[in-house]
Design a binder for this molecule. Structure first.
Ligand code: AP5
Length: 210
């Protein structure tokens, strides 16, 4: 049976930090809405031009754009055995669009407090080539400002400002968090304590798939 896995949690909960490892271990494609959008902005595509203002202000990209993009991506042959999807759905319209395509088998809810999110995002750095994630205190690169994996420069994301983060957390609590009720009814929610160290969060996630 396909494993259709959602990574779910507030900003800074560690979805990106854990998601790449999980997809590698399970041999499933890792699909990150935020990374796809940021790549479109970097390449200055038509979609990138449309969505840049939303992303940098911390607002959701319109559902029509997002649902079309994810619907097309998860219909590709490499997703037949499943996928690890990070950043989708974020509201009920998106959840219903996903339900119409595939059943979700696991929702990994990585739970943290807003105060931790604010602290983590302030010191997050991501690599310009592939979006690999670091933290200046909790997960620093081996060489300052250089990605361990691909050697590219590390930068702060354009939407990691205090104002945009406040907006993103507000939308998370108002529109995204209530989806837990929708998926609890389907019996697929697994909540993980995201306040633990990165290695301990990873152990808890691995245990679900042992
Ligand atoms: P997206 O890129 O998905 O950002 P996000 O949801 O805001 O999540 P983050 O990337 O901020 O956090 P994360 O949980 O991945 O944390 P990370 O692992 O980096 O979306 C960006 C934007 O795109 C949205 O605002 C929206 O505009 C648009 N968008 C995306 N999806 C959309 C959708 N479905 N519909 C409409 N619009 C959409 O970790 C954070 C930091 O903490 C790192 O520095 C890390 O090293 C550190 N860290 C991680 N875990 C730990 C730990 N356990 N202990 C200590 N430090 C830790």
């Amino acid at each position: 049976m396909a494993r259709n896995i959602l990574l779910f949690g507030p900003q800074g909960s560690g979805k990106g930090t854990q998601g790449e490892k999980l997809s590698a271990v399970l041999h499933l494609p890792y699909i990150v809405t935020g990374n796809i959008f940021r790549e479109n902005i970097k390449q200055n595509t038509a979609i990138g031009q449309t969505i840049k203002g939303y992303i940098n202000a911390g607002k959701l990209v319109p559902d029509q754009v997002t649902n079309t993009m994810i619907g097309e991506r998860i219909s590709q042959p490499d997703c037949h055995a499943g996928f690890v999807l990070d950043g989708f759905p974020r509201n009920l319209v998106q959840a219903e669009a996903l339900d119409a395509i595939v059943p979700v088998t696991h929702l990994l809810h990585i739970a943290i407090q807003d105060q931790s999110a604010i602290q983590r995002i302030a010191e997050r750095r991501t690599c310009v080539a592939n979006g690999h994630v670091y933290h200046l205190t909790f997960n620093p690169p081996k060489v300052s400002n250089v990605c361990d994996v691909d050697g590219s420069e590390l930068k702060q994301r354009d939407d990691d400002t205090a104002a945009a983060l406040t907006q993103r957390l507000t939308i998370y609590h108002q529109e995204t968090e209530p989806l837990l009720g929708h998926y609890q009814k389907l019996g697929v929610v697994y909540t993980i304590n995201g306040e633990q160290a990165i290695a301990d969060v990873w152990k808890d996630i691995q245990a679900l798939f042992a």
